[in-house]
Design a binder for this molecule. Sequence first.
Ligand SMILES: Cc1cc2nc3c(=O)[nH]c(=O)nc-3n(C[C@H](O)[C@H](O)[C@H](O)COP(=O)(O)OP(=O)(O)OC[C@H]3O[C@@H](n4cnc5c(N)ncnc54)[C@H](O)[C@@H]3O)c2cc1C
Length: 475
Amino acid sequence: MIRRGEDSMTLKTRVEALVAEFKANGRIVIVGASLAGLRAAEALRNEGFTGRLTIIGDETCEPYDRPPLSKGVLLGRVPADHTTLPRLRTTDADWKLGVAATGLDRVTKRLLLDNGEKVPYDRLLIATGTRARPWPNPAEAALDGVFTIRTRDDAARLRERLAAGPKRVLVIGGGFIGSEVASVCRELDLPVTLAERGEAPLVGALGGVIGQIAADMQREAGVDLRCGVGVTSLDGDGNGRLRRASLTDGTTLDVDVVVAALGSIRNVEWLEGAGLAAGRWGVGCDAGCRAFDINGVVTDSIFVAGDIARAPHVLYEYQFLSMEHWDNAVLGAAVAAHNMVSLEPDRYPHLILPAFWSGQFGVNIKSVGVPPFADEIVFTQGSVKERRFAAAYGYGGRIVAAVTFNQGKWLEYYAAQIERSGPFPPPPPGWDKPEDMTPMPAEFKDPSSATAMPEVVLTGHDPSERRAEYRPRRR
Ligand SMILES: Cc1cc2nc3c(=O)[nH]c(=O)nc-3n(C[C@H](O)[C@H](O)[C@H](O)COP(=O)(O)OP(=O)(O)OC[C@H]3O[C@@H](n4cnc5c(N)ncnc54)[C@H](O)[C@@H]3O)c2cc1C
């Protein structure tokens, strides 16, 4: 006779044996050979996975780091091919580079590749990230002198053009990347115009109050900043070289370089027909990085990490967040890797607070939390005039985000406040309290109005809260 205790012990032992067998001999495939893909591969090996590991990436080069592309590389301080990501350990993986995944068959658990190959998997990690949104008119986008910036080659080409001393650069879009490019141009002493449809740069990510400070910074640095202004067309000469841009303020500009910094598009097309919850906002997954199928049922063998992942966050009313940030890719990869080889009770949640940094116009901007979730902002430290300050964002009486300009050392304090749902306004940590600490509207626009693409996108889980999904992209 088998007593109940023995029975469950046998089951536990059997399950543990299955996990051990999977860790020793399973097949894991990672699609996307960049930051999230590489760090997930390394984490899998650290977790003791010794089975077969395949990494598929459509770029031909080794994984590289993107943040320097719009900063040091454009300035000429870092050659584009010196951005290769450091390897933290050996991955002992089968790297298939220069090959794209074109389909996923979940029934037979196979990936289809553009070279005709079919790759079987037991567990799959989707880490295909995003690509730059191109200038929407294909003929104009093809003009010699029109750039986007997402890849190492994009950055190398743009660097070459900037180094050649163009007459004027036009940056379209005042989000982080557009603003960084404008900053580089001024550092290189190049005339630059930035056209932003919203009323200030960075307004989508940080709101109107901070956006005005960013606008002042740009103008002081000599950027011809035009807010509330779009670009209607780009014109070339008979040889297909960019010559002119027409703007909605009725002016035309003679330009020989245009950088379209219009945000990103998630690389989900290859998942069409796979029955996953994949769409324009990324691939939906739970807080443990497991992908949802199209009906919202969690899968058990498909995981998601990096820019393409879209997961609910407890601190933000369980809204699904898509975070296009470096830290999110690194930590999401570690959590996904751990959960891929762990039993349910041992799984971790990926509950990182969104955080990003940007360097522009001599200022180090850092943010933590989700600023667009807020409706109020208060300056808590330092001086706006000196471009050295901290501000906290609030919603419903609690702190939900913070931003610092040249005050990054205080970010941890604000992160701790956010993590424990501290009060808004928060008690200022430093001695350098600003004169005016009155909360004011944070000035985030209705998501249906045209603004720069925010770096953090909020989308709702409840039909009545799904406004963020409506964001017109028409010109
Ligand atoms: C110019 C620039 C500056 C940035 N600066 C900052 C910064 O200052 N701070 C910050 O926090 N973040 C910054 N970021 C964002 C940061 O780089 C990203 O969050 C990070 O790269 C995300 O990594 P990922 O692996 O998820 O996606 P990605 O880096 O986008 O990698 C996805 C990979 O998958 C490949 N792929 C796509 N589809 C397929 C397919 N079907 N088959 C095979 N492979 C495929 C892609 O080509 C790519 O190589 C910046 C990004 C850019 C572009």
